[in-house]
Design a protein around this ligand. Sequence first.
Ligand SMILES: NC(=O)C1=CN([C@@H]2O[C@H](COP(=O)(O)OP(=O)(O)OC[C@H]3O[C@@H](n4cnc5c(N)ncnc54)[C@H](OP(=O)(O)O)[C@@H]3O)[C@@H](O)[C@H]2O)C=CC1
Ligand SMILES: O=C1OC[C@@H](O)[C@H](O)[C@H]1O
Length: 409
Amino acid sequence: MAGLIDLARRNWQIFNPSELPKVEKPLMFGILGAADIAPMALISPAKTHPDVKILAVAARNYDKAKAYAQKHGIPEVKASYQDIINDTQIDCVYIPLPNGLHYEWAIRALQAGKHVLLEKPSVNNTSEAEMLFRNPVLSGSQPPVLLEAAHYLFHPAWTQFMTYISPQDVASAKAVLWVPRWQFAADNIRYRYDLGGGALMDLGAYTASALFRIFGNVAEACEECDVQASSIDANCDRSFKARYRFPGGGHGEMEGDLKASLDRWSPNIHVTHRPVVISAKEAGVSLTEAQEAVRVRKIKFTTFVQPAFLHAIEIDDEFTIHAVADKKSVIKRWKKHQTVKCYSFHEAGIEQIGEPHWPTYRYQLEQFVNKVRGRETPQWVDHEASINTLRMIDMAYTAANLPLRPTSK
Ligand SMILES: NC(=O)C1=CN([C@@H]2O[C@H](COP(=O)(O)OP(=O)(O)OC[C@H]3O[C@@H](n4cnc5c(N)ncnc54)[C@H](OP(=O)(O)O)[C@@H]3O)[C@@H](O)[C@H]2O)C=CC1
Ligand SMILES: O=C1OC[C@@H](O)[C@H](O)[C@H]1O
């Protein structure tokens, strides 16, 4: 019962955050495009961040931007994306444009000295990622901040999940993310090759980045990738199933579908470790010198992308004690099951700000502001990690015989 009340309270607060007063000179944000995701990913989280004010929005159509600004309480409307970038009052630019426009607008904003929060996936392919994240504008003594908005990595549930993973011991992992078939109409940006569409770009940005974190390395190869092409644009995958080989011999799989049937519950991740020898203390037993304890750990993380609504991390350990001289012997075998939930860092025993009702986006904003203000960022998406996500996606497109998303001119 208490769990249900917490669930209801948390979900109500996610959509109805109480506004906090702002500091004297908060960071001013401008938004490029009246995008669907911006209210959830930035406008709402900004309400509870004292150091963030959304100052302006621009859309390709002025009236659309005006209506959007009115609806979301944004004080200024600019005539173009470039006008946001040129505005000297604006410190930070949020870019929720179609993937194929991320590179161009991120470069323009960074060159104007703006800090950039860039939607996922950062750009269209690996070469664009290298050109962006290794651009000279990001070196020097005080370069602007650039962050790919891989928001799920900022939630304490991800930090907690990773404490149960030993990347070097992972034998296999599978990450899936399906969205229901009615979610995106035929004219959606996800079905436009010229705009960087495709399920691997959209959903694969999550599953691929999760896999290389779990294995602690980018894949050596994508061994196979089956895609279903979208009926709208044959170069855009509507769904994918990819299998990768990782250094050390582990295998990772990922699946995504932009038109999934309702019986598919996602997102989730399954991880299986190889058998590892553990200490008597870790096994919670006493051992003679002739014995050793071995653990095989399996982990399931349900709702890894939006853990704030509801999630569960289930850890299943199987322990065996055998004779060191005979690894096949079984002196004792037992199992242990734990289910862990973690909505704030406090729950994880970590001293870090956060509330159980903070969505991933709010945790992400906290760290983005910390970085801009020159403070420590315990969670972050390194530039090389963003490049690696595109490497994994490109490998899958190549294995599927689909062209890489086009490089910006
Ligand atoms: N972090 C997350 O949870 C999520 C992230 N995303 C990411 O955010 C980005 C935007 O996604 P989403 O909000 O769903 O998309 P929308 O289509 O709602 O928004 C995209 C915006 O891009 C602008 N745009 C500029 N040029 C074009 C063009 N040629 N065709 C279409 N739109 C154009 C439009 O702005 P204008 O108003 O100027 O017309 C539109 O508002 C993507 O990169 C996506 O991967 C998406 C969903 C969730
Ligand atoms: O970022 C996203 O998150 C979840 C999906 O619904 C969506 O397609 C995607 O853009």
